[in-house]
Design a protein around this ligand. Structure first.
Ligand SMILES: [Zn+2]
Length: 419
């Protein structure tokens, strides 16, 4: 694993595209003495200690059974402690399977450790279960809305930093806001290792997710710099391969920090000069030397979404366009525009032309107006389905393609209803 990741970071081979979303876990790979990695739908990082195992993350409910069986091929020791690097379901959902394993083996109960905001997250997930179901359906291409409602809450929480001494090993836990408000990264001095959670994911940082709660690009960069200052020899992310070597790990951490800092600085400069959101999202650009890094490709999230997230963090929801302050309904606006154009079909045909010419941003506005003004037109929904199918092909990020795919599917379903 370390050889493979080194070749990617060093630019010898291409990085894998996208995150591994799988129910199957790999066997434990021992990347240093007494440190194992199981790759799955969120990795599980395992540290051997004289008093059982310490884990970072327990993977997704879907993959946990497989993860537990791979773990048990490697060690029969009890799981002493499991740290949640954050409360996303792919990192915590497997706790039930680990608890069942502990019960079956008559082991002591596992001590779950997390930042205190994980508790608030689980509570919030109960309030927004339906919403999360719909966004996960779009983002992860699920057949219907689904989101868990049952969580294993942490037994031990901390606010800023804490140290765990377990069976002769020390784990320094640090809170950081970044991808989430509840992230923990850990420094393990005896092996000069850093567990980074999702603060590094082998692609552009997930700091802009269009459908989810606030992310924190600046504090994310600060956390990456703090990790780099430790000069780790081994970096253990919660998705993708571990990375070894002080220089390589340092480079990955500081390049990722620099990318976030650049977007942050540019966005703030626009905001502080009174710009509209429209100016910001169309003018902020990631410097090319960072955009070209093999581990910063915009294949999951993308810089444009991070810019919007920063706008939301520092500003209000008002985008600077007075018409958007108290807008007409979308139907009223679309109906008016269709009437002015000479019919919704005219808008749809123009949308098709624009899409054929590669201007998908404009094409999508027009086809949305056409379909909103005339929701019962099979022809318009055919054009709409085609435009979003084509747009999906040219977009790089999983976030964007998931939403466009879902728009195409909605029109296809509408065509079926109408025919
Ligand atoms: Zn994750």
């Amino acid at each position: 694993m370390l050889e493979h990741s080194a070749r990617i970071v060093d630019g010898i081979i291409d990085a894998p595209i996208g995150l591994k979303v799988t129910a199957d876990a790999t066997s434990v790979e021992e990347v240093a003495v007494g440190i194992g990695v199981i790759e799955s739908f969120s990795n599980v990082i395992i540290f051997n200690t004289d008093d059982g195992l310490t884990l970072f993350d327990v993977s997704h409910a879907m993959s946990a059974k497989s993860v537990v069986s791979k773990l048990r091929e490697w060690s029969s020791d009890r799981v002493n402690t499991a740290v949640y690097t954050h409360g996303h379901t792919d990192h915590v959902g497997g706790a039930g399977a680990f608890n069942a394993d502990a019960t079956e083996r008559s082991h002591q109960a596992i001590n779950y450790v997390a930042h205190e905001a994980v508790v608030d997250r689980f509570d919030r997930y109960k309030l927004t279960n339906g919403y999360n179901g719909y966004i996960n359906m779009r983002q992860f291409r699920l057949p219907g809305p689904m989101f868990p409602s049952d969580f294993v809450y942490p037994d031990t929480t901390f606010r800023s930093e804490t140290t765990l001494n377990i069976g002769g090993r020390t784990f320094e836990l640090h809170h950081a806001r970044g991808e989430t408000d509840d992230h923990t990264w850990a420094w393990v001095p005896d092996s000069q290792a850093v567990c980074v959670g999702d603060l590094f994911i082998w692609q552009f940082p997930n700091a802009g997710n269009p459908q989810k709660v606030q992310r924190f690009a600046w504090e994310w960069a600060v956390a990456l710099r703090a990790m780099a200052a430790k000069q780790p020899e081994l970096m253990l992310p919660a998705h993708g391969m571990a990375i070894g070597g002080k220089d390589r790990v340092g480079q990955v951490l500081t390049d990722t920090a620099a990318a976030l800092e650049s977007l942050h600085e540019q966005t703030l400069a626009f905001m502080n000069s009174g710009a509209r959101l429209d100016d910001v999202i169309h003018q902020v650009r990631l410097p090319k030397e960072l955009a070209d890094k093999p581990f910063l490709k915009p294949t999951y999230d993308e810089p444009e979404f991070v810019v919007r997230n920063l706008w939301r963090l520092y500003g209000g929801w008002y985008d600077g366009n007075p018409a958007n302050l108290k807008p007409a309904t979308e139907v009223a606006l679309a109906t008016e525009m269709a009437a002015l154009a000479g019919g919704a079909d005219v808008l749809a045909i123009r949308a098709e032309e624009l899409a054929n010419a590669g201007d998908f941003r404009l094409a999508c506005h027009l086809i949305e107006m056409a379909a909103t003004a005339t929701p019962d037109s099979q022809r318009i929904h055919e054009i709409r389905a085609t435009i979003y199918t084509e747009r999906r092909k040219i977009e790089t990020s999983f976030m964007a393609t998931g939403i466009y795919r879902s728009a195409a599917l909605d029109s296809k379903a509408r065509i079926n209803e109408l025919s």
